[in-house]
Design a protein around this ligand. Structure first.
Ligand SMILES: NC(=O)c1ccc[n+]([C@@H]2O[C@H](COP(=O)([O-])OP(=O)(O)OC[C@H]3O[C@@H](n4cnc5c(N)ncnc54)[C@H](O)[C@@H]3O)[C@@H](O)[C@H]2O)c1
Ligand SMILES: [Zn+2]
Length: 351
C-alpha cells in the first residue's frame, strides 16, 4: 500500500470533474453554513452525505446507521469508478477514511481538510479510526488517501481563534524536523491563519518524512509524532480542552522534562524559549489550570495508564527533545511523570 499521498495546495476548490468519475461527498454540515463557496461547489456533486462533526460521529454505536445509508446511496455506482471525497476536520477524516477503506472492500479516497488540525496533522499518514465504548480510536485501518487537497479558502473559513488548535501540531512537527521549518516558524510573532498557511506545506512534508519510514507503525519510528501528546492527552481529558490547545501545554512539558532529564542542555532550552513563537505556547490558562485544579494526581495516573501507547504496566515511551531536529525516546515510569508534573507546577508557582 502507498504511504505517500499526492498533495495539492491551492487557493480554491478544484473542478469537480478532476476528482474522479463517480463521487460520493462526505462532508461536515457546518461547511454548508460557514462557507458559501463550499455550498455552491458541493451542489455540483450528486451523491452527498452530510454529517455532524465530533466524537459521536466516530462512535461505533452509530456506525451501522451511517454505513447502511452510505451503502444505499452508492448502490448504483461501480466500485472501480467510485471516489469518496471527505471534506471536514479530523473527525470527518477518521470516519470517512474508515468508510472508504471498507465500503465495497475499499474505494478511492480524497481528503480535503477543513480544520488546521486536519490540514497539518490528521489528514496525513493514513490512520482511520472509530471509538468503542467511549474509548477513542479503538478500531481503524491504515488507508492513506490518494490525494489530499489543502484548499486555502476552505481553511480560511474557520474562525481565527481556531488557529491555536493547529498551532500546537505545527510547533510539534517543527521541533521534530528542526532545520529550516523550525528556524522560520520560531521567528513568527503572531499565531493566525496566515502564519499557519505559510508553514503548512513544509509541516506536512516533515510529517511524511516520518510516516514514510514506518507507514503502519510497525517499527516504532512513528512514535516520535507523539511528542507533547503523553501529558497533552491527560490535560485534554482532565480539563476538557481542545486537542490542539492541550498539545501546546504538552509540548512545553516535554521540553522542560527534557532539560530535567539532562537530555537537553539548559543553554539549548534558553535558546528555544527566547524564540518569539514560544511566547504563544504558554498562555495564561496554563497557570490557572495547572496550579489550581491539579491536585487530583490519581486521576492523572489513571489517564496516563489508559493511554494506548503505554508499554508495560506502569511505563510509557516518552518523546524527549535534545534540540530542534533531534528527538530521543526513553521509557519513563508513570510515577516519574507524576513527580515531574508536580515539580513543574512548583517551578511555575515559585520560580
Ligand atoms: N487520524 C489521525 O492521524 C488523527 C490525528 C490527530 C487527530 N485525529 C482526530 O481528529 C479529531 C480532531 O480533529 P478536529 O479538531 O479537526 O475535529 P472535528 O472534525 O471535530 O472539527 C472540530 C470542529 O470544527 C468544526 N469545523 C470544521 N471545519 C470548519 C470550518 N471550516 N469552519 C468552521 N468550523 C469548522 C467542526 O464542525 C467541529 O465542530 C479527533 O477525533 C482526533 O482523534 C486523528
Ligand atoms: Zn495531536
Amino acid at each position: 500500500m502507498k504511504s505517500q499521498s499526492t498533495l495539492v495546495f491551492s487557493n480554491e476548490l478544484p473542478p469537480v470533474k478532476k476528482l474522479g468519475e463517480e463521487l460520493l461527498l462526505i462532508y461536515d454540515q457546518i461547511l454548508a453554513q460557514k462557507s458559501p463557496v463550499f455550498k455552491k461547489w458541493s451542489q455540483q456533486i450528486a451523491l452527498k452525505y452530510a454529517v455532524q462533526a465530533g466524537e459521536h460521529l466516530k462512535d461505533i454505536e452509530h456506525f451501522p446507521r451511517h454505513i447502511k445509508a452510505i451503502t444505499k446511496l452508492t448502490e448504483q455506482t461501480s466500485v472501480k469508478k467510485l471516489t469518496i471525497v471527505v471534506v471536514g476536520g479530523g473527525s470527518l477524516g477518521d470516519f470517512g477514511g474508515f468508510v472508504a477503506s471498507i465500503l465495497k472492500r475499499g474505494v478511492r479516497l480524497i481528503h480535503i481538510p477543513s480544520t488546521w488540525l486536519a490540514a497539518i496533522d490528521s489528514a496525513h499518514g493514513g490512520k482511520t479510526a472509530l471509538n468503542v465504548g467511549g474509548a477513542k480510536n479503538q478500531i481503524g485501518t491504515f488507508y492513506p488517501a490518494e490525494q489530499i487537497l489543502m484548499v486555502r479558502s476552505v481553511l480560511m473559513s474557520q474562525p481565527e481563534a481556531r488557529a491555536y488548535e493547529g498551532f500546537g501540531e505545527l510547533v510539534k512537527i517543527a521541533l521534530i524536523e528542526g532545520g529550516k521549518l523550525w528556524n522560520s516558524l520560531a521567528k513568527e510573532r503572531q499565531v493566525n491563519s496566515r502564519v499557519l498557511w505559510k508553514h503548512l506545506e513544509a509541516a506536512v512534508k516533515a510529517k511524511y518524512k516520518v510516516v514514510a519510514k514506518d507507514p503502519e507503525e510497525k517499527k516504532g519510528i512513528r512514535h516520535v509524532l507523539n511528542l507533547g501528546h503523553t501529558v497533552g492527552h491527560v490535560l485534554e481529558s482532565y480539563y476538557e480542552l481542545p486537542h490542539g490547545i492541550a498539545i501546546n501545554y504538552g509540548l512545553d512539558f516535554a521540553l522542560r522534562f527534557s532539560v530535567q532529564k539532562k537530555i537537553m542542555k539548559p543553554t539549548e532550552a534558553e535558546k528555544i524559549y527566547s524564540e518569539p513563537i514560544m511566547g504563544f505556547l504558554l498562555s495564561p490558562l496554563r497557570d490557572d489550570m495547572i496550579s489550581i485544579k491539579s491536585n487530583d494526581l490519581n486521576e492523572y495516573r489513571r489517564l496516563l495508564l489508559s493511554d494506548k501507547k503505554k508499554t508495560k504496566a506502569a511505563t510509557l515511551r516518552f518523546v524527549f527533545v535534545q534540540k530542534p531536529g533531534k528527538t530521543v525516546i526513553r521509557e519513563v515510569s508513570v510515577d516519574d511523570l507524576l513527580i515531574e508534573i508536580c515539580r513543574q507546577r512548583e517551578e511555575e508557582l515559585h520560580g
